[in-house]
Design a protein around this ligand. Structure first.
Ligand code: PAF
Length: 280
């Protein structure tokens, strides 16, 4: 595995790979790799000639009161995982390299952000879209891999790819779950034993909601039913429960329209904030 810190070096190699007609699969991350990332890397390995993994904790997507400084970092551990999974190139730039000169532009995400997690994180997806656009120019991938656990991020980035006519295929990778249905997350370790036993109920609630929608129930009724079910059957503090069109993330007016829907939840336990969703 080759490691690059410099944008120019990474770009040169990407250019050479493209000239040699190699397909480039790209997995952008902020590091502290977990099983979700491993799934993305494995899928990229299967579908491309070479795989590039980036690790960059992007200051632009953190709000003033968010945990940029405390964000977990362990590059040695990440390197070991990347080597084990046979990543070909690890791009690991410093902040000064990525934001070398004063930024003259910022990508402003105008749609798909005033709902779900974006509602409480103004500017977050502008930071994500801006850094991802930069990474795309550096790595020049054919295929990029993102997990559906962050379905809103996928929706925003699909919008970015469409709006800017990028010749990039975004591969949506399904959420990896524990045997009892709980979505895998590095935050699950913060659950107490009792909370861990109860937490799969969130996924169960989403499945109940999906079932009701498929049986033709009104969206507002289903939203209320699922929210009430979570409040009655779990100790989690419900932050949101929303049913929207996907990937446009707009209010659903007519369930008979042939469009995909997302039912998404965020709920807070004593130390862990969990998110989950189903797209169908
Ligand atoms: O999902 C993440 O880890 C980040 O938002 C991403 C896409 C790497 C951009 O910094």
């Amino acid at each position: 595995m080759k490691i690059f810190h410099s944008i120019a070096e990474m770009q040169k190699v990407s250019q050479e790979l493209r000239q040699a007609h190699k397909t480039i699969g790209f997995v952008p991350t902020m590091g502290f790799l977990h099983e979700g990332h491993e799934t993305l890397i494995k899928e990229a390995k299967q579908q491309n000639d070479v795989v590039v993994l980036s690790i960059f904790v992007n200051p632009l997507q953190f709000g003033p009161n968010e945990d940029f400084d405390a964000y977990p970092r362990d590059i040695k551990r990440d390197e070991t995982i990347a080597r084990k999974l046979k990543v070909d190139y690890l791009f690991y730039p410093a902040t000064e390299e990525m934001y070398k000169s004063e930024r003259a532009t910022l990508i402003k995400v105008e749609k798909r952000v005033d709902v779900l997690c974006g509602k409480n994180r103004p500017g977050h997806f502008d930071g994500v879209a801006t850094v991802v656009m930069k990474l795309f120019q550096i790595v020049m991938p054919h295929n990029v891999y993102f997990g559906m656990k962050d379905a809103q991020q996928v929706a925003v980035l699909e919008g970015l790819i469409t709006d800017y006519h990028l010749l990039i295929n975004l591969v949506r990778v399904n959420t990896v779950r524990e045997h009892d249905g709980l979505a895998k997350s590095s935050r699950n370790v913060y659950l107490t034993e009792e909370e861990r036993t109860e937490a799969p109920s969130l996924y169960r609630a989403l499945l109940l909601g999906k079932d009701k929608i498929l049986k033709g129930e009104e969206i507002d009724n289903v939203t209320q039913f699922v929210a009430k079910w979570i409040n009655e059957n779990t100790q989690a503090q419900l932050e949101y429960l929303e049913i929207l069109s996907y990937p446009t993330l707009a209010k659903v007016t007519d369930t008979k329209k042939q469009e995909s829907l997302i039912i998404a939840v965020a709920a807070k336990y004593s130390k862990a904030r969990l998110i989950d969703n189903i797209v169908f």
